[in-house]
Design a protein around this ligand. Sequence first.
Ligand SMILES: Cc1ncc(COP(=O)(O)O)c(C=O)c1O
Length: 389
Amino acid sequence: MKFSALVDRIQGESVAAWSIHAQAREAQQRGEDVIVLSIGDPELETPAPVLNRAIETLRAGDIRYTPAAGRYALRAAIGEQHRRRSGQEVDAENVIFLSGAQNALFAASMCIAGPGDEVLALQPLYPSYPATIRASGAHLVRVPCTAGFRPDLGKLEAAITARSRALFFATPNNPSGVILSEEDMKVIGELARRYSLWIVADEVYAGLAPEGRVPGLACRLPEQVVTVSSLSKSHSLPGLRAGWMVGPKALVKHAEALSMCMLFGLPGFIQEAALTALQGPNAPELRVRELCTVRRGTLLQGLAGARGLRCCVPDAGMFALIDVGGTGLSGYDFMRGLFNAERVSVLDGGAFGEELRGFVRLCFATDEATLSEAMLRIRRFAQTLGRPS
Ligand SMILES: Cc1ncc(COP(=O)(O)O)c(C=O)c1O
């Protein structure tokens, strides 16, 4: 039997990078002594009011069909959070509730680009972006970054053509933790205006940035900016699959039509839990943010002076990139060697783009004891490798 061309477009490119992560998870399930730092899934307790609300509403029978764009009160609460973060005045009709930021990125891609279009994306690129962008039939154009993983705005302008339709980026970035500055945003905004580009701003890590906000363009270009976010990172609720898109009302209507044929509404008890997370005190978000700030410090200190390794300092988020070039290994070989020798899983930087082949990414949002043990093992492994040049 034949499959559609879409199936080829959504094949992942970075399967090899995840092989060690999969092995580590399996070993963990067998009860072996492994440390998994290859994924951004902090093992924090679920906020009790959120969990209780989900259970209560489910018990009360909240398991019927719901509106395709999400319940109005939830959309309004998301709009309110977006207003606090960005300053942009929006209402519930500017918002669609979807199944995680990933689903919102997919919806954005399908609604704004198509075959023959080009979609630009700032490197380093979260590994699901290529498939998400290509699913629409559009061609992905990767925009290289500078050595410090900041956007190369000259290269961005040079990459724009008559076919360019949209620009995707994540701020703070995964894996680099770079937050795009006001200055970056000014230039990007001017280019977007001049070339009529959609901006898809992935802000899943915005809650972990200082004061829970990042510079953005939503106020300046309300008709062109789509903001994507979720509760996965800010509230450490990735399994709730609570995410959304905020953008112009016409775009939200198109996304609603897509959601009608893809999801036909999401579970009511999940929406009630998400509403509780958004309306409750900011404590869960602050807790994740503080945890990340403290652990980042522990990591930078703990790996300082490790043989052949250089830790890049992230602006925000739960990941750090480690330059392993001084060990003589590629990121991929370092990832494999570290797991085989010390049972610590990290991710090959190459999964995020060519520029990161000499790096590994590590998630530091874990408990102090685990992180300390992981650093000890990483240092020990690095010590066995070739001398730094
Ligand atoms: C940059 C980025 N965007 C989107 C996602 C997906 O988030 P969600 O769990 O809300 O679908 C992730 C998850 O790691 C991410 O790192």
